[in-house]
Design a protein. Structure first.
Length: 447
């Protein structure tokens, strides 16, 4: 669900797991896919058909991608693709600039390719984006902070793998182009976000070290987050895990699970726990208190899924077990509204068991619904910078602000925020001049 408000900022404002048990009755666990799925690897939740319905997308070791839809009483499934044969990696995003979500997938294979799948209304079609690129991670985002959504493809470290490194794919004027950010291997997924907490997006990349890449006009400039020997960050994610408004980087590393935050011109590191490498790591809101927490799997056979909560009083993380046994050390977690009932759930692959665990808190986080009367109360300029006064916001709801140079025109992302109250002033420090704005409230986004 979404609500939208629009205005023009100018001189005049113009309106417009094998066996598993939930821990301590804090969680309920159901599963789906038994008898259909084999060696489940990755889970994604999203509206890839662009019909307003979230579905759960499952990839397998054998290369299949299967779409699962909850009907209200049961799960049904549709085969999206069998166009790859080995370990399919998946991402969902609107990358072509037309506002239409598509499903991107590739395979972990020296001879693999990068594909784009689109729902036509009756079937899934496949287009090859790059015939000579395999991957170990896919993610999307506005890494250049220009409002344009890009596809990022990271390739594993073995020199035998095609296109080793991190690549940015951009679709414009009917064709794809790609730009290399680095040529080192990536063993886990990166992310796009406001890593420096200055309102500007950049790209998080993990190789043997951890770096932030900021767009410099013609290429990306790398800045070190952590270059210590033996680090080897594997999976990474970003989110406001201290619930203090600052974006943090979380990573599984060779020296343990670590949390990084940039503030006051320096990176500060907090230890999540001492166990490191392998296992996925995810930031999500899953409980009714709305706090962002970290969820992670472990490399041990049938290891637990753990939850980590930041305690500001002790300046440390507390931890508890969500489920006590899953399988697949590198299997990838997901969170979202998979049943379209507004409830946030955690989805965990059971690699050996051939199913997906659907984990729900006994007091779940329900995604806030944006008010339909979202609007601009006013617009002005301070030192030449547009200040947008938004009102009728929904607390804890996630909003994006988009801009266009003219109407009708192509809307691009200008920023995002989580509402803390019914009103706020939003500042566009990157404003290009006379600009139209709109604010969009979205139900979802577990970060």
């Amino acid at each position: 669900m979404r609500a939208t408000a629009s205005c023009l900022a100018g001189l005049i404002a113009v309106a417009w797991l094998a066996t598993c048990r939930p821990a301590a009755a804090q969680w309920s666990v159901q599963s789906f896919g038994s008898g259909v799925l084999t060696n489940v690897f990755e889970v994604n939740v999203g509206d890839a058909r662009n019909d307003g319905t979230n579905r759960v997308y499952i990839s397998e070791r054998n290369g299949r991608v299967i779409e699962w839809t909850y009907t209200g009483t049961a799960w049904t499934n549709t085969l999206v693709t069998r166009w790859v044969t080995n370990l399919a990696l998946v991402a969902i995003g609107a990358v072509r600039g037309d506002g239409t979500n598509r499903l991107y997938f590739t395979e972990y294979n020296t001879n693999g390719a990068l594909h784009e799948a689109r729902w036509t209304g009756s079937a899934w079609t496949n287009t090859v984006v790059d015939a000579t690129h395999q991957s170990f991670c896919l993610f999307t985002g506005t890494g250049r902070h220009d409002g344009v959504n890009h596809l990022y493809v990271g390739t594993y470290g073995d020199a035998a793998h095609v296109g080793r490194g991190l690549w940015e794919y951009t679709y414009a004027t009917g064709a794809w182009s790609k730009l290399c950010l680095h040529t080192n291997g990536m063993d886990g997924c990166g992310a796009v976000g406001d890593l420096f907490n200055d309102g500007t997006n950049c790209v998080l990349a993990n190789t043997t070290v951890l770096d932030a890449y900021t767009w410099a006009g013609t290429n990306y400039a790398a800045a070190a987050i952590d270059h210590r020997a033996g680090l080897g960050p594997d999976p990474t994610d970003i989110g406001k895990v201290h619930n203090d408004g600052l974006t943090h980087v979380v990573a599984n590393t060779g020296t343990g699970r670590l949390d990084y935050v940039y503030s006051g011109g320096v990176w500060t590191t907090n230890r999540i726990d001492a166990t490191g490498k392998r296992g996925d790591i995810l930031v999500a809101r899953l409980k009714s208190d709305g706090l962002r927490r970290i969820y992670s799997t472990y490399t041990t056979a049938k290891g637990p899924v753990r939850e980590f909560t930041w305690n500001s009083g002790s300046d440390a993380y507390t931890t508890s077990i969500v489920v006590d046994a899953t399988s697949g050390a590198t299997a990838k977690l997901a969170a979202g509204d998979g049943r379209n009932d507004g409830v946030a759930r955690l989805y965990a692959p059971d690699y050996a068991g051939g199913r997906v665990l659907e984990i729900t808190s006994t007091n779940p986080f329900v995604y806030p619904v944006p008010r339909s009367d979202l609007s601009f109360a006013g617009v002005g300029r301070t030192n030449g910078i547009p200040v947008l006064a938004l009102t009728n916001l929904t607390a804890d709801c996630d909003y994006t602000v988009e801009r266009a140079l003219d109407l009708p025109g192509g809307w691009s992302n200008a920023g995002a925020f989580t509402a803390g109250a019914a009103g706020t002033n939003w500042i566009d420090a990157q404003a290009p001049g006379r600009t139209f704005y709109r604010a969009v409230g979205r139900q979802g986004d577990p970060r």
